[in-house]
Design a protein around this ligand. Structure first.
Ligand SMILES: Nc1nc2c(ncn2[C@@H]2O[C@H](COP(=O)(O)OP(=O)(O)OP(=O)(O)O)[C@@H](O)[C@H]2O)c(=O)[nH]1
Ligand SMILES: [Mg+2]
Length: 173
């Protein structure tokens, strides 16, 4: 099981829809127009066929206070931030710190996604890293942490996310 977490509106639902399309037999070509999404109230389970079946559980940002009840059985964690939204950065940072220090997630592989890099005023990965002191956070974390800049809207970087999921779930789910 892969958990997909992040503050409300960062783009989690759009990401899973895009990954599902990308991993489908006709997904190798054009991703097409981005499908509409609504705020996720509760949780949203999606199976991705990436060599093997990988189940992604998105938890809506509004579920933040009870995210921890879903930590059991989590093999990998996608944590998403909105790189175009500086006012949400501190919330995301606090969420990330909470996740990385959770005992049940100590063994999980973590991919931090900086989404919405198609928007004109997005913060680069280097800017975000220095703003929230990410290198220090990573140095103190037990998990294996990878980072990527993506646009769920345009499809930028999504093949890399799929590859990470495949590599991470090669032996386990
Ligand atoms: N420009 C741009 N918009 C995006 C991108 N990803 C998502 N969005 C838009 O951001 C809005 C919120 O996206 P959702 O996928 O519903 O966000 P979410 O993280 O699932 O939000 P919750 O379910 O409320 O936690 C939608 O209007 C998306 O179309 C992106 O990469 N670029
Ligand atoms: Mg959602």
């Amino acid at each position: 099981m892969c958990l997909l977490l992040g503050a409300t509106g960062v783009g989690k639902t759009l990401l899973v829809k895009r990954l599902q399309k990308l991993s489908s037999p006709d997904g190798a070509g054009d991703l097409g127009e981005p499908p509409p999404t609504r705020p996720t109230v509760g949780t949203n389970l999606t199976d991705i066929m990436a060599q093997r079946k990988i189940t992604i559980r998105e938890l809506g940002g509004c579920m933040g206070p009870i995210w921890s009840s879903y930590y059991g059985n989590c093999h990998s964690l996608l944590f998403m931030m909105d790189a175009s939204n500086p006012t949400q950065l501190s919330v995301s940072c606090v969420q990330l710190l909470g996740l990385l220090s959770a005992e049940q997630l100590a063994e999980a592989s973590v991919l931090i996604l900086f989404n919405k890099i198609d928007l004109p005023c997005y913060m680069t990965m280097e800017e975000i890293k220095s703003l929230i002191r990410l290198p220090d956070i990573i140095a103190c974390a037990k998990q294996n942490i990878t980072m990527a800049e993506i646009s769920a809207w345009k499809g930028t970087g999504l093949a890399g996310v799929l590859r990470w999921l495949q590599d991470t779930h090669r032996t386990n789910d």
